[in-house]
Design a protein around this ligand. Structure first.
Ligand code: PLP
Length: 373
């Protein structure tokens, strides 16, 4: 098999995105180890954070995962045929009107987030004359999805028939900030909800929650970003293995004199003779325009600053620090890899790893490193 970089060149792609499936499996094992008394599920919404939902779920299933979470019913309909029948598939954003029949038929478990969704799922159970599975979400302080305490009271005062409640869940708003008092406030609210459903398994922790403390683990953890190598806690050492590597091809190099205007708007003007390389990826490939005059690429351990604005399909970097012919047309520079993590790149772009991953473009050559049998 030829090397992923030569495959990238012959495919005509501007960059090579390597996705390390063994590292993904190791991260899943690491999270299980962190929460040994809980079952470990996986959040695979948004095409598994941009990394490819089919290879990611296959790898996680082989690693023992049986509980998968997507955001949208549409994502569930697309994924369900690829999952073995013993895998459970939950829709985090809840049950859209009109999706009740297809969800029930395909054994998809909606997370019921409102009284209105509960009513429609109960009606579906009545129509089909059978019990239907669901998860029930309570709002413990994020004000995004889930039942308020009053709605929970109404539910318990008049519990719908035909529900098999598989999970009681809620979501942490500040789990990436371990010192934020919102975490323990939400935990107390979760405990109040749990007291009212003593026999229902509980799921609370996302990636950040798993690393808070065991009080947040409950019965089922729901990591997303940590599986994909993102740091669970902001500004703390990252215990996860990197899962992606992104290298971008150099299209051409040039030397410019002092006073040259670089890129759209001429926002960078050289103050000396400089050597530049133009890279064949831009904001259309998910490299944020906010990296203009801020971020960097790396080559051979040397940081190569981005100069001028990020364009749709290209980025200009300053390669003056390298030996004259070290980088040429057809060379590749590292955007995400051993010298620059996805969190580093996100910080330079004033965003978060989640946004970098989910925006990774479809124009890269994607190479999946397989798990060895
Ligand atoms: C996205 C999401 C997760 C995963 O969060 P990470 O921070 O990526 O681990 C878990 N639960 C819910 C409800 C989510 O929306």
């Amino acid at each position: 098999m030829s090397h992923p970089i030569s495959q990238t060149l012959s495919s005509g792609a501007g960059g090579c995105l390597r996705i390390d499936l063994p590292a993904l499996a190791d991260n899943y094992a690491r999270l299980k180890q962190q929460a040994p008394n809980a079952v470990a599920g996986a959040v695979v919404k948004a095409n598994a954070y941009g990394l490819g939902v089919i290879p990611v779920t296959q790898t996680l299933y082989a690693a023992g995962c049986r509980d998968f979470f997507v955001a949208l019913a549409r994502e569930a309909f697309e994924l369900r045929p690829h999952l073995p029948t013993d895998a459970k598939l939950y829709i985090l954003n809840g049950l859209p009107a009109g999706a009740e029949g297809p969800c029930a038929a395909q054994d998809i478990i909606p997370v019921l987030n409102s009284t209105e969704q509960i009513t429609r799922w109960a009606e579906q159970a009545r129509i089909e004359g059978r019990t239907l599975p669901c998860a029930l979400q309570v709002d413990t302080g994020m004000s995004r999805l889930g039942l308020s305490p009053d709605e929970l009271d109404a539910f318990l005062a008049n519990p719908p028939k035909g529900f098999d409640i598989r999970l009681l869940m809620s979501h942490l708003a500040c789990a990436d900030e371990p010192d934020n008092p919102a975490n323990s406030y939400q935990l107390k609210a979760m405990q109040r909800a749990m007291d009212r459903f003593p026999n229902v398994p509980v799921s609370f922790a996302n990636s950040g929650g798993i690393f808070l403390n065991p009080a947040y683990h409950h019965d089922l953890i729901r990591p997303g970003i940590a599986l994909y190598g993102g740091a669970p806690h902001d500004g703390k050492p990252n215990p996860m293995k990197p899962v992606i590597r992104l290298d971008i091809a150099v299209t051409q190099t040039r030397t410019v004199p002092a006073g040259a205007h670089i890129g759209y708007g001429g926002t960078f003007v050289s103050d000396r003779e400089m050597r530049l390389a133009t890279l064949s990826a831009g904001y259309a490939d998910g490299l944020p325009r906010a990296l203009s005059n801020r971020g960097a690429a790396w080559f051979d351990g040397v940081r190569l600053p981005i100069v001028g604005r990020v364009s749709m399909d290209s980025i200009i970097i300053d390669i003056s620090a390298l030996k004259p012919d070290a980088v040429q047309a057809g060379s590749f520079v590292e955007l995400i890899g051993p010298h620059q993590s996805v969190d580093d790149l996100a910080r330079d772009a004033e965003t978060i790893s989640y946004e970098i991953l989910t925006q990774l473009g479809s124009r890269y050559h994607r190479h999946y490193i397989p798990v060895k049998p």
